[in-house]
Ligand binder design. Structure first.
Ligand SMILES: [Zn+2]
Length: 219
């Protein structure tokens, strides 16, 4: 039995219209790239200077966001348990569109996620967030091979490792900075953002595990 015999064409068309209306209800843009960056910097300063968690009103925010999300920034970060974007930027649920993997690497899934965030959620700022002493980068600095699927991480961090080889300074630190920069460049060159690209800012930043500070560098 095929689908159309169960769902007459008219029903299917109604469903398609309903989906279109849901997407149409999303805003085209809510917060500009510069305003979003200022919000992240303010949030990180709050986080750095807080001795205890701010205690977000999550129940209220959950109710506010249950029917739709309007995040003001997208962050590609590392899976590292110490670098949760919502926490280090002192934000709540619904505030940041987050994609994470070990080494904050860009693949097709990442690009699709970012394109969706820009086109359908109105995100105009994309931050690739690396961090000091990143285990994935440490592994890539130590060797260009690794067991299992970790190999795919080590392989994709190699361009950063090779780019900083021989430069003065800590190789892991240099590779962390370079890897985040290269991944931002990768998004810039590969993401299909169409006409929206002119309003979108894509930058890299590095999180310091000790101070809690996010260094946005030269942006
Ligand atoms: Zn990491």
């Amino acid at each position: 039995m095929n689908v159309t015999s169960k769902f007459p064409t008219v029903v299917l068309l109604s469903l398609i219209s309903a989906v279109a209306i849901v997407f149409a209800a999303e805003p085209t843009a809510s917060v500009s790239a510069d305003a979003a960056l200022a919000k992240l910097k303010e949030g990180n300063a709050r986080y750095m200077n807080s001795k205890v968690s701010a205690g977000k009103p999550t129940a209220t925010r959950r109710a506010e966001t249950a029917q739709g999300q309007h995040p003001f920034a997208a962050i590609l970060g590392c899976a590292d348990s110490r670098v949760s974007p919502e926490i280090v930027f002192d934000q709540n649920i619904g505030d940041i569109f987050v994609d994470r993997n070990a080494g904050n690497l860009v693949d097709d899934h990442t690009l699709g996620t970012i394109e969706y965030g820009v086109e359908h959620l109105g995100v105009r700022l994309i931050v690739v967030l690396g961090h000091e002493r990143c285990g994935a980068v440490q592994a890539a600095v130590a060797s260009d091979t690794a067991p299992g699927h970790v190999q795919s991480l080590v392989r994709d961090i190699q361009p950063a490792v090779q780019a900083v080889k021989g430069k003065p300074g800590d190789q892991v630190h240099l590779a962390v900075v370079e890897n985040a920069r290269l991944m931002a460049e990768e998004i810039r060159s590969k993401a299909n953002l169409g006409d929206l690209a002119k309003d979108v800012k894509i930058i890299s930043a590095v999180y310091d595990l000790d101070s809690g500070k996010v260094d946005f560098g030269k942006e």
